[in-house]
Design a protein around this ligand. Sequence first.
Ligand SMILES: O=c1ccn([C@@H]2O[C@H](COP(=O)(O)OP(=O)(O)O[C@H]3O[C@H](CO)[C@@H](O)[C@H](O)[C@H]3O)[C@@H](O)[C@H]2O)c(=O)[nH]1
Ligand SMILES: [Mn+2]
Ligand SMILES: [Zn+2]
Ligand SMILES: [Zn+2]
Length: 976
Amino acid sequence: MEASAGLVAGSHNRNELVVIHGHEEPKSLKNLSGQVCEICGDEVGLTVDGELFVACNECGFPVCRPCYEYERREGTQLCPQCKTRYKRLKGSARVEGDDDEEDIDDIEHEFNIDERNTNTNIAEAMLHGKMSYGRGPEDDDNAQYPPVIAGIRSRPVSGEFPISNHAYGEQMMGSSLHKRVHPYPVSEPGSARWDDKKEMGWKDRMDDWKMQQGNLGPEPDDSADPDMAIVDEARQPLSRKVPIASSKINPYRMVIVARLVILAFFLRYRILNPVHDAFGLWLTSVICEIWFAFSWILDQFPKWFPIDRETYLDRLSLRYEREGEPNMLAPVDIFVSTVDPMKEPPLVTANTVLSILAMDYPVDKISCYISDDGASMCTFEALSETAEFARKWVPFCKKFSIEPRAPEMYFSEKVDYLKDKVQPTFVKERRAMKREYEEFKVRINALVAKATKVPLGGWIMQDGTPWPGNNTKDHPGMIQVFLGHSGGHDVEGNELPRLVYVSREKRPGFQHHKKAGAMNALVRVSGVLTNAPFMLNLDCDHYLNNSKAVREAMCFLMDPQVGKKVCYVQFPQRFDGIDRHDRYANRNTVFFDINMKGLDGIQGPVYVGTGCVFRRQALYGYEPPKGPKRPKMVSCDCCPCFGRRKKLPKYSKNGVNGEANTTGFDDDKELLMSQMNFEKKFGQSPIFVTSTLMVEGGVPPSSSPAALLKEAIHVISCGYEDKTEWGSELGWIYGSITEDILTGFKMHCRGWRSIYCMPKRAAFKGSAPINLSDRLNQVLRWALGSVEIFFSRHSPVWYGYKEGNLKWLERFAYVNTTVYPFTSLPLLAYCTLPAICLLTGKFIMPETQTLQSHLRQSDDEDFGELYAFKWTTLLIPPTTILVINLVGVVAGISDAINNGYQSWGPLFGKLFFAFWVIVHLYPFLKGLMGKQNRTPTIVVIWSVLLASIFSLLWVRIDPFILKTKGPDTKQCGLNC
Ligand SMILES: O=c1ccn([C@@H]2O[C@H](COP(=O)(O)OP(=O)(O)O[C@H]3O[C@H](CO)[C@@H](O)[C@H](O)[C@H]3O)[C@@H](O)[C@H]2O)c(=O)[nH]1
Ligand SMILES: [Mn+2]
Ligand SMILES: [Zn+2]
Ligand SMILES: [Zn+2]
């Protein structure tokens, strides 16, 4: 336990827990066994009878008793080698799910009950901490969350509040001098496995290259040449576009075209053949069909050029993290938004924050800003606890390069000790850390439990002063800086990233613009405090699942060739805890795996509100740099602003034409004028305005931390945005509850491009609404947001033609995202039509006889032959569908007859849909049957053939059948 001593310092209640897991064998016996445990490296030890302890009777894989107990209790419950389920051995505690009774003798039952009781009170309470997602398998659905308040550390609130410079110090100024260069752990054992291949690829090539050199000459010159190879490698592009193979995409394109042609003919026919005795029905249906056709086109065409991308993290590191030189990776400010601690549990937010603080990036270059729109003391205190816990958690993550770095998810994943064992102390430290985390959870849950009843007179902070946010709708702005350069180090003495709590001022009568407003407040606070050139935006329930995600983004944003025109890098939204069937379509597969890739091939993916790394300059309403892709070196060390002026053409209305003024400030008046202009746009904060001029980021060296904090409070005051361009041209754009679409749209209109980045290991993961009403609410909200945009001045239908920067396919996509909710109306109408038809006996299609005569007419036309060919081919799909459905109906009914009464229920639903389709195709069927001699035989043959193939395939792969029938047969096999 010495190795983890540092990690557990200051904790409590450990005694009981240690006993549970502790080694109990007397020392003398222990030394006798000699065999080493393959999990922890300790001796396996002997049993009470003096025999060697054997955990697995199947293969005898050496595992010591504590490891065995732990595995049974909280691990995989399997032997790491042969994967046989561990049996319960003499003297070991019962574990939920134990069904192997054979090895248990009765004498031990009493003992087990006792031990179980002592275990439950703390360990189980901790395991079952309140967490609405990512539950480990040890949590069952009815788990009660006892409000365990015992053992809560009394923790002094650090520094004064709301403005505290306690945790602040001089890190603002000294940010360019890196105290600790944190090299990218290329060769660290166990460093994230998912991209080892890429790393190895490069290393292999280096080795190959060295080998070749060695073979060529007797004495390879190993001083200069490998360096040259590294330099060459570092010069290579940081990412690559991987076009989708044309063999893959062309069939898809052909289908689009084919459908388009069919659609055209279909509509032509529908329009030219009104049904006179049911004109209203006909008109309604035709209008609906035209709308469906239109929205289908809007949806299809932006998918025309999908692309994939590949990143080279090793080159990024070679280029910007040279050994012996300061780390040149760009700083990143991370924004996390949260509102209501009851709906967005602090433990979830804490996990997000911990995953951010532990990310694989130089610590002095990341700052995490939490926006608390709920002004909740619970969130604040939880964050303070989180900062404290991060001191242990962050070094643990980095030491063992674990993934993911959100503890809840990490501990809910099982470890395979044979594969994952990287360092001898890992197993023990992991267990110690798990315990630490469980204690942390108890503390957070206690805070939440406390927060449910507001005391009379409001909340009081630990130092006795009232919480400034007691009135959530009327309170001052609050900022607290945790961690960071002088704010405390981790348990190993290393620096930690800055963590900043921000709650913007709220006053009655001021619009706060929800998330967009919160984000804009963070843009300004971070501009004043750290001013990183890039910022990552996350919802509080989206944790970092891939510790290298920001590096992935930097492969695009910092690329000298493609980077300068990239406004943001969007990652797909992935979710935990979705049921296997994705009942509520949370996964949005088509959107995130097809549409977004398609957009990436045009002008870039839309911004989806979370999991996105922005270029700060793009949020400031600037246009991308024009001209050659490779930028000229414009940098100026003497002052913060003038290296920048060249790139400010949009803000040069008053004659500040950058092109002429690259060399520096030649005119003080001009400077003053532009300063005034800037304040009109950015608001009355000289410090913030100056920060906007620094392309490479950083804060002016002259400013004191105290002054900066004062200014930060100023820029989050509620009147700050009055008469500025915030929300209309700058930052997150207001005017819709789906602010994300608008924000990205504005950037694309200015000519920026965005990038879609899909690393193999999902970059971020969120928790999706897992109950129907939440999900419906969310979908409704998104739909309303889209409609808002559609009718606003920013509607993609009419906005942004003047500049001509928005590519037309990209515009299509944006129109589609704002117009799709309208589809619900014609869809509703269209679905009602069949019922109306059934009731009235009328139909939206003319009599089938008309259809046939009509077709003969067209034979006389110029392209008659082509048309006739199409006609026969076009008959195949509907005939196929018809036959499949008929087959389905027959099969379904006969199946139900065989299986008896209870299987009729689900059948009716299916029959309904089959009939639905058949009903739709009924006129068509009548047409086929009525004029049997006229139906080309080939059509019938093909259709029956296709239908039987599909039916067979369907029967074979239907997961429903597999699922329900599997266990049944097995059970039968056991019982009979
Ligand atoms: O006044 C508010 C309201 C919301 N939020 C935050 O905004 C985020 C999104 O809000 P939520 O209610 O969770 O909406 P969702 O529908 O779950 O979010 C999706 O849809 C939103 C609107 O399109 C996007 O902004 C989100 O990033 C995206 O995940 C959350 O982090 C909230 O904490 C605030 O900061 N202040
Ligand atoms: Mn959400
Ligand atoms: Zn062991
Ligand atoms: Zn085994």
